[in-house]
Design a binder for this molecule. Sequence first.
Ligand SMILES: N=c1c2ncn([C@@H]3O[C@H](COP(=O)(O)OP(=O)(O)OP(=O)(O)O)[C@@H](O)[C@H]3O)c2ncn1[C@@H]1O[C@H](COP(=O)(O)O)[C@@H](O)[C@H]1O
Length: 106
Amino acid sequence: MSGFSLTDLEKIIAERGRSGDPQSWTAKLFASGTDKAAQKLGEEAVETVIAAVRGDRDGLVSESADLVYHWLVVLALADVPVADVLAELERRTARSGIAEKAARDE
Ligand SMILES: N=c1c2ncn([C@@H]3O[C@H](COP(=O)(O)OP(=O)(O)OP(=O)(O)O)[C@@H](O)[C@H]3O)c2ncn1[C@@H]1O[C@H](COP(=O)(O)O)[C@@H](O)[C@H]1O
């Protein structure tokens, strides 16, 4: 299995986003701003849902990759390190999801 991680892609996105390279989709998204990047994130989420509902396994892998890439772009534009999200996910491992929701609703 590849050792490629979300942090690796986060670094690529930070570099390409600032590159100003006209061939770079990331640079284009950075220049367009958060609204456009968030819109693309939403579109990729819908395409991921469609692949899942259709039982399209290859599509689900491909659309999930598009989704995660655009999610990382939106995080970068908001100056939120992916480590913050991973830390939040790690914090949640201390509790099951249903127990966590019940505590929130108390
Ligand atoms: N992982 C990705 C990645 N996933 C998706 N995309 C691009 O996201 C764009 C939008 O995807 P869509 O399928 O929505 O394409 P679209 O042109 O809007 O087409 P429609 O949906 O309108 O039909 C496409 O241009 C994809 O190539 C990505 N662009 C870049 N990366 C990563 O970022 C790196 C740097 O890329 P550049 O910034 O382009 O150099 C790459 O080496 C990759 O590691």
